[in-house]
Design a binder for this molecule. Sequence first.
Ligand code: PMP
Length: 365
Amino acid sequence: MNDRAQPSAAAGLVATLVRPEIRALEAYAVARAEGMVKLDAMENPHLLPEANRAALASALAQVPINRYPDGGADAVRGALRRALGIPASLELLVGNGSDELIQIVTATLARPGAAMLAPEPSFVMYRLAALAAGMRYVGVALNPDFTLDEKAFLVAIRRERPALTWIAYPNNPTGNLFATRDVEAVIRAAPGLVVVDEAYYAFAQASLLPRLHEFANLLVLRTMSKVGMAGLRLGYAVAAPEWIAEFNKLRPPYNVNALTQAAVTALLADTGWIDEQARAIRAERERLAAALARLPGASVFPTQANFVVVRVADATRWFEGLKAHRILVKNLHGWHPLLAQCLRITVGTPAENDLVLAACAELCR
Ligand code: PMP
């Protein structure tokens, strides 16, 4: 093969063929984490318990990987339905992570001129999905304490008539759980679909899932990623069957691979380990947040997620200082004015959290 690249020819084609708003983007940067204490991505720090591994291994060994996966993902959807007690009147959709479902839901509702509404700062993929689907994105700033600015949000709903509204509950990257009455007010006022994204529900133990039957315009989105299965990539959405039928038309037929379908089905046979690990993470979150709050110059925001947001005098100095201790967190400074000098620290194992606290104490000296 001739390896004399012709970058200018390709660059010229890219410049004429790729939409300018896509060319202006930066690809989602996943930080390198080899040899680091990895606390930047809200993963569950605990491995699958030894006792559950044999069941997983034997389930995977039996998967006929010469065949395409079950296009309807019936077994895993059935397992989710049973584990969550979802009634027959509601339907489930599974995705290659909830990221994929964010794209599918957005693409389905992206009528020309339609608006997407979301609080800011919130999960960056909402805006990206809007951009990809050609939907008009409108962000509404949170209050400085990260609570929902209900008045501004309702004004924006009346002004924009959004076809799609996102509420991350709890919110990422701020960690707090919006007041239920504010979320209800948004669902009632919104003329379009409201997605309540419960990626962190296991750490908040608050959910709109039991109330789906009250609101025809509500969809609840969740993921297995934060409860110990990030590597499997499985997200799910629950809503009225009429919604799910439309999303299924844009869902790639084999979007969740056969190994993931089998693994999650097997792992949901006994959810005790998931509950136990989530409980341990919640307890560690309280310890980590309280200890960080005692550091001079650090202020910790309330969190109901598996991470803690802390504001310090110089977030970049802290970020680099933690990195020098081989600890990787997220520097939120520069993401949004409300996140000035903030770091987002995922709750780790007790030993990892001790390392964080020791390094932070050193940074304060
Ligand atoms: N929603 C929220 C609020 C998130 O924070 C994340 C992960 N950072 C996701 C959805 C996507 O998770 P996944 O694709 O792993 O299911």
